[in-house]
Design a protein around this ligand. Structure first.
Ligand SMILES: [Zn+2]
Length: 65
């Protein structure tokens, strides 16, 4: 299986320095340009993760004491 270097595969062009950056890389490795901020859903997931961790931690503490 050959990879065509001219074909764009999973990449996007940095608007700052015009270098191709991998789609899963949110930051340009050349100039440090940040592509997209985390979506609101991802933020909610982080908040819920923190809440769940606190609940689990609280349960553990309550069982110990
Ligand atoms: Zn760049």
């Amino acid at each position: 299986m050959r990879v065509d270097p001219g074909k764009k595969f999973g990449g996007r062009e940095c608007p700052s320095c015009a270098v191709e950056v991998e789609i899963n890389n949110n930051r340009c490795p050349i100039c440090g340009y940040e592509f997209s901020h985390p979506s609101p859903r991802q933020k909610y997931m982080k908040i819920w993760g923190a809440i769940i961790m606190l609940i689990i931690f609280g349960l553990l503490v309550l069982r110990i004491f």
